[in-house]
Design a protein around this ligand. Structure first.
Ligand code: LUZ
Ligand code: MOS
Length: 753
């Protein structure tokens, strides 16, 4: 089944926040942002802006009736700065005008007096000064000292990975509408409608029941709208509360890029110990997470980093410490992988470093350390499959990885200025929100009298196709055609207290809740059929919209059955509630069983470098991915391909940098490069790992949103492989992204000085 949105998307008919027809009298708001990364606010003069053409009002912290606070996990983030600003782009006020352009014009008339304070952008410097966003954490298992003593080889090094702009095609935005009795309805481009509802209620000093969030779909999110859609929705609602008029905020691309948080840059120190057989005996790592100016989701992201320390390898002795460092940059936030990719880059760097020093192939170390069923993750969960090893073997069989490695060697032996590089990149990613209470969901199902079905869940459609999957779940539960089913918008009045659609678990959590609701109605319908046909309910089932008794088709069809049930006054609506069983985690010991299951896979990446310019092209990426029992391979492969290209971008051409004043340098699309169709690998081939899907995955179809992002890490090591062939004195540095500039420096030995 294709994504139900495909036609709407390509014909431009899909509705996003900015496409909702505007009510008469709609006002437009533009936030005023700090131009200093760290400063005291001495004076904010809005008098000129307030009387500018078209301006209706300017709201600031003093206009907030409730709490000036939107910190997602910790209360450290005001909606509007009051006495100090902590990053360029921190909101100070919001201008409401008759048009977006008038509001934007008026913004230039706001006069702010700052007193500059010291700006810190480097996480290691922040740590040295004791600027942490929250307490550091350590996950440990075994005894690293014993492990290093047992090791024949020990190596220490450093690895750095950069940030990443989400570049969702639809920028942040919301549209708030006054309802009667002081209630407000907000359309928001958010992954987390309930979280937005909660913060609006808190800032406006009203109940959550006064606030209705509605989300039709997002034009991409990638984590960037898990926490950071809140501010814009709250501002719009605040203006509605005061002005009693509809208010819309849609960020312009340049504002969006400048002011919203991105993937966390990390700087890390590692120490790895191996024995003669290349078994990793001990691994010690310290992560310096660049958290930005407020906690945002950093505590959860840091936690996921600590879960993915060892990627898909078994290491008996592990000690991993993470510090979330407070810097004067826009608070870094969720981004596909959520701290996992940053951890996995470090262990892969450590392995490469060891391989280089020992003069062995990187793949040798990877292979002998792959996780096996029964191995213990350092956080206490037991590995329950051999999928890491199976993926490796399947890659050999399906894509002849050994042959490909030889081909690259051959190519390089006869070419001087064009070099190829190749890498293998296994992945292992834990599925579930690391915060156990978030792993719950609800769904509301109505079977209408005519046999059609309305479905509401907490899942937010953001292009990933979760609505299509919800339709499949309902269609399968009732055994009816998908054309009977409508998936409604995500709405807090219909489905309350939702977790954000995140952590790759939108389909699992909401699909299970939906299945539970459908099954309840299904059982009631079976009873009705049983009475009608005078047969034992246990013999009855619905197949393809027809009632069967045993294997025999009856004359009773879905429509009549539903109509009869309605006339019998049977309840044809249901709410399903699902909470992932089994999972737990004890923060006092940092041990438990946090994940419902893990997703595995492996990628083979080949790259070609032009050694005169440093420019490169990715020839191919060949992937064996652990889909479980995919319920929609078209959608799932789409997720793999998108994630892989995004991961390659993070490791290769996407570069975020700031000047010493804390100003983002690549703040528009002519400076910030994302992979286009030419930068993406020429060939992307994805095959399914043959494996049984786990019971805890919806219809045994594993979560797919984030894991394949981490195949992109292989791009970095494929590039290094090619550079090394050209320059035998290449000093291996693990500093991603490996842009063409850095490749060129590496080719001619200028890297690392
Ligand atoms: N969001 C979150 C996530 O709140 N908790 C998580 O564990 C998570 N993991 C991945 C992506 N988003
Ligand atoms: Mo996410 S990084 O919002 O799953």
């Amino acid at each position: 089944m294709k994504n139900i949105d495909s036609h709407g998307h390509v014909s431009g008919k899909s509705v996003y926040v900015d496409d909702i027809p505007e009510l008469r009298g709609t006002l437009h708001a533009v936030p005023v942002f700090s131009e200093m990364a760290h400063a005291k606010l001495l004076n904010i003069d809005i008098s000129k802006a307030k009387v500018a053409t078209g301006v209706v009002d300017v709201l600031m912290a003093k206009d907030i009736p409730g709490e000036n606070q939107i910190g997602g996990i910790l209360p450290d983030e005001p909606l509007f700065a009051e006495s100090e600003v902590h990053f360029i782009g921190q909101p100070i006020a919001v201008i409401i005008a008759n048009s977006h352009f008038e509001a934007r014009e008026a913004r230039t008339l706001v006069e702010i007096e700052y007193e500059e304070l010291e700006v810190i952008i480097d996480p290691r410097v922040a740590k040295q000064k004791g600027n942490l966003l929250f307490p550091s954490r350590t996950f440990a298992n075994g005894d690293i000292d014993f492990g290093f003593a047992e090791s024949d080889y020990v190596f220490s090094g450093r690895a750095d990975s950069g940030g990443q702009e989400h570049l969702y095609i639809e920028t942040q935005g919301s549209y708030a509408i006054p309802l009667e009795n002081n209630n407000i309805k907000i359309y928001s481009s958010t992954q987390g409608p309930t979280s937005v509802q909660k913060f609006i209620a808190n800032v406006l000093d009203v109940g959550m029941h006064n606030i209705e969030l509605d989300v039709t779909r997002l034009g991409g999110a990638f984590g960037g709208k898990e926490d950071q859609a809140t501010a814009w929705a709250v501002m719009a609602a605040l203006a509605v509360q005061k002005l009693k008029k509809p208010v819309k905020i849609i960020l312009d691309r340049d504002d969006d890029m400048l002011v919203t948080g991105k993937r966390h840059p990390y700087s890390s120190d590692f120490k790895i110990g191996l024995d003669k057989d290349l078994k990793i005996k001990s691994f010690e790592v310290t992560y310096f997470q660049n958290g930005g100016a407020a906690a945002d989701l950093s505590p959860a992201i840091m936690e996921r980093t600590l879960f993915h320390v060892t990627n898909s390898y078994f290491i008996p002795n592990v000690k991993a410490t993470a510090h979330s460092c407070k810097t004067n940059l826009a608070p870094f936030t969720a981004f596909r992988g959520f701290g996992g990719p940053q951890a996995m880059f470090v262990i892969e760097s450590a392995i490469s470093f060891a391989a280089e020093k020992l003069g062995v192939a990187r793949e040798k170390i990877q292979k002998v350390n792959l996780l096996k069923s029964g191995d213990l993750f350092h956080y206490g969960q037991v590995c329950d499959s051999n999928n890491a090893l199976k993926s490796w073997e399947s890659l050999q069989e399906q894509f002849d990885a050994k042959g490909e490695l030889l081909k690259v060697k051959e190519f390089n032996s006869i070419n001087t200025f064009i070099k190829k590089g190749i890498s293998l990149q296994p992945i292992c990613f834990g599925i579930s929100f690391t915060k156990t209470p978030m792993n719950q969901a609800r769904a509301l199902v109505h079977v209408y009298q005519d046999g059609s079905i309305g479905v509401s869940t907490g899942a937010v459609e953001m292009g990933q196709g979760v609505n299509t999957k919800m339709m499949q779940v309902a269609a399968k539960a009732f055994s009816v055609d998908v054309s009977r089913i409508r998936v409604e918008s995500t709405n807090t009045t219909r489905v309350a207290n939702t977790s954000p659609t995140a952590a790759s678990s939108g389909a699992d959590l909401n699909g299970n809740a939906l299945q539970i609701a459908c099954n309840e109605i299904y059982e009631r319908l079976i009873k009705v059929a049983s009475n009608l046909l005078k047969k034992d309910a246990r013999q009855i089932e619905i197949k393809d919209e027809r009632v069967y008794v045993g294997n025999e088709a009856s004359k009773l069809y879905w429509n009549e059955l539903v109509e009869t049930a309605f006339l019998d006054r049977v309840k044809l609506s249901e709410v399903g509630h699902y909470a992932t069983p089994i999972i737990n985690f004890d923060k006092s010991t940092e041990k438990g069983h946090p994940f419902a299951y893990h997703v595995y896979g492996i990628a083979l990446t080949t790259v070609t470098i032009d050694c005169i310019t440093g420019v490169y092209e990715f020839d191919s990426i060949k992937i064996i991915h652990d889909f479980g029992n995919s319920m929609n391979l078209t959608l799932d492969i789409g997720q793999v391909e998108g994630a892989v290209v995004q991961g390659i971008g993070w490791m290769s051409i996407e570069e975020l940098d700031w000047d010493e004043k804390g100003r983002l340098l690549a703040d528009n699309l002519s400076k910030y490069k994302v992979p286009d169709v030419y930068a993406a690998p020429k060939i992307i081939e994805t095959l399914e790992l043959e494996s049984e899907g786990p019971e805890l995955a919806i219809l045994k179809s594993k979560a797919v949103g984030e894991p394949p992002f981490m195949y992109g890490i292989g791009a970095f090591f494929a590039l290094q492989d090619a550079i090394r062939d050209f320059n035998s004195n290449y000093k291996m540095e693990f500093n991603a992204p490996l842009t063409p500039e850095k490749v060129l420096l590496g080719l001619y030995g200028f890297n690392g000085k």
